[in-house]
Ligand binder design. Structure first.
Ligand code: FAD
Length: 554
């Protein structure tokens, strides 16, 4: 909730309460308690826009926590979020629907020889829920005195070209209909002025990309992206035990790559354990796929049906699903100021995924996001009286840190695979820094007329990401935003459910639901489901959904 404090002018404004933005805010407040630090986050609660299930390299996080909360190891959050150390690390090559080969031994040899592949090992890391981790950082930030304003999305950065600095950030206008026309409840988005602006919006950030243009930052190579789709599946205790809570699986090959006969797409599948009896299954796919009719959900469904994967999730229930992008272009795709080489410009700094600090050889960006947040905090402190020097200072610190070392070691990886394809590109990429820089096209330019030959024979609900043959997803408090469009699709399905009884709800609620169906509600409205899990097979809980929905929308 916003109190009466004036947030129109702050010293440090951070856009995005992900790991990068929160790490920056926490470190800054710890070292400079009198700094006026405000973080704005578009999600209604911290962590809502992060997909759960990730492997975390812990060094940077431990450093941040040691500074902010020396007794953090005894906290309930630490015991919960950092309870799963990876003991079993499987890297598989999947061939067809049935066969799987564990190639971890090859990776271990590569590690010993110092080859890029070896970076893919994850033993000793933690497997964490990113949303829980972010939520925890949000609590620590609040404790050290950071103002975190959730539910505020920024839409523009105000940049003074002549002065070479940004003066503030504009929040989105409220009360526009889907054509952008002002409604009676229209409120113009406010401008928050700040001395320092930290862009920590994650991949392909709205302000970040506007800032790159306004401040004429340049990338030495196009940014490349992947699309990641993930589901959290509730499985049986036996399946969870069989998988184990300390194991992660990364899989190459089927269904996106079969050497020689194709398809040939960059990426792979992941299986991570979640909280008790939950398993995350995901597919990360390079957006430079060449098949005109491919979509990553197709690949996820095929992956889930592979014999190896199926044994752990068969009969399970999807309780969360989401999609996210990952910046893959690496070192060459980090936007820099051509004059100073800084990652940002003047008083504006780019952090974490906004800068593109992801090491695709490791498939990891969390540790760099946190580290870059801490480096930005140090830079702000060093440049406190001359904000226009912050981006240069920040870049010096990043270049002296592990971020730069790792980004350089993987600098050619993604471009090499994009240029030569998986079969030649992967082995060639071991030469890493020794290879020349390869120019590759923009992701979308790779598209051809070719068809994806493994297209599954079912449709998807595009609003919920769930394949139509699968169980209807329950609504869950943790995974909250559903569009009216999605709700409209659910309602007819709910009527067909064997426990559904339209008559069981009161007429006022029926009327409200009717408005949703007849289109009297704006389809762009997203509604949040705050009730506890509502399961179609559970008559009592299930009735809460329409009642809640109707009371929220009207
Ligand atoms: C499926 C998937 C799996 C991954 N697995 C791993 C893994 O195993 N290990 C690993 O280390 N990394 C992994 N990553 C990468 C990792 O999640 C990111 O590198 C990391 O989250 C980046 O942190 P960030 O703070 O820069 O951005 P984010 O975590 O994306 O946070 C950005 C925040 O900014 C908010 N925001 C964006 N725009 C605005 C705006 N205009 N106004 C207000 N708020 C805004 C967003 O809502 C979000 O909360 C994975 C990524 C994906 C998608």
């Amino acid at each position: 909730m916003v109190d009466n404090k004036n947030y129109n002018q702050v010293s440090v404004l951070i856009v995005g309460a992900g790991p990068a933005g929160l790490a920056c805010a926490i470190q800054l407040k710890v070292e400079k308690p009198d700094a006026d630090v405000c973080v704005i986050e578009k999600a209604l609660a911290i962590g809502n826009h992060n997909l759960s299930g990730a492997v975390l390299e812990d060094k940077a996080l431990h450093k941040l926590l040691d500074a902010a909360q020396p007794d953090w190891r005894d906290s309930d959050e630490a015991k919960d979020i950092l309870s799963q150390r990876i003991e079993k690390d499987d890297i598989l090559f999947l061939l067809g629907k049935k066969f799987s080969f564990n190639i971890i031994a090859v990776m271990k040899i590569a590690k010993k020889l110092g080859l890029g592949f070896g970076e893919m090992l994850h033993g000793g890391d933690y497997v964490v829920s990113i949303s829980k981790l972010t939520n925890w950082l949000g609590k620590i930030a609040a404790k050290v005195g950071v103002e975190v304003l959730t539910g505020f999305a920024a839409e523009d950065i105000i940049y003074d070209n002549a002065a070479g600095k940004a003066t503030g950030v504009k929040l989105v206008d409220q009360g526009l209909n889907k054509k952008g026309e002002k409604q009676p409840n229209y409120v113009e988005g406010e401008v928050i002025k700040a001395d320092f602006i930290v862009l920590a919006e994650g991949c392909d950030g709205l302000l970040t990309e506007k800032f790159v243009k306004k401040a004429s930052l340049k990338r030495f190579a196009h940014q490349m992206y992947s699309v990641a789709v993930k589901e959290l599946i509730k499985v049986s205790p036996e399946q969870y035990e069989k998988f184990t809570a300390s194991r992660v699986v990364h899989a190459m090959g089927y269904p996106i790559w079969t050497p020689l006969i194709g398809p040939g797409i960059f990426g792979g599948g992941i299986i991570y354990p979640g909280a008790k009896n939950h398993i995350s299954v995901g597919m990360i796919v390079g957006a430079d796929w060449k098949y005109r009719n491919f979509n990553p959900q197709d690949a996820l469904v095929r992956f889930k049906k592979h014999k190896f994967v199926k044994q752990f999730i068969k009969g399970g229930e999807v309780v969360e699903a989401g999609a996210h992008m990952i910046p893959e272009g690496g070192y060459y795709a980090v936007p820099r100021d051509p004059q100073t080489d800084s990652i940002g410009k003047g008083n504006v700094m780019l952090l974490g995924d906004s800068a593109g600090f992801v090491n695709m050889q490791k498939i990891k960006g969390l540790h760099h996001a946190i580290d870059s947040g801490m480096q930005a905090a140090h830079a702000i402190i060093a440049a406190y009286d001359s904000p226009e020097k912050a981006a240069v200072k920040y870049t010096q610190l990043v270049e002296a840190s592990n971020i730069d070392k790792e980004m350089k070691s993987a600098m050619n990886y993604r471009q090499t695979v994009a240029k030569f394809g998986n079969l030649i590109g992967f082995p060639l990429s071991v030469f890493g820094k020794l290879l020349p820089k390869f120019d590759v096209e923009q992701d979308y330019e790779a598209m051809t007329e070719a068809d994806y030959r493994l297209k599954p024979d079912h449709n998807f609900d595009k609003d919920t990401f769930i394949a139509s043959f699968e169980k209807f997803p329950p609504f869950q408090s943790e995974y909250g935003a559903y569009s009216i469009k999605a709700i409209k699709k659910f309602l007819p399905l709910m009527r067909m459910g064997k426990h559904w009884s339209w008559d069981a709800i009161d007429s006022k609620t029926q009327d409200r639901i009717g408005k949703i169906i007849s289109g009297e509600c704006d389809e762009n409205i997203k509604v949040r489901v705050r009730e506890k899990t509502i399961n179609l097979t559970d008559n009592n809980n299930f009735q809460g959904l329409p009642i809640w929905l109707a009371s929220y929308i009207i």
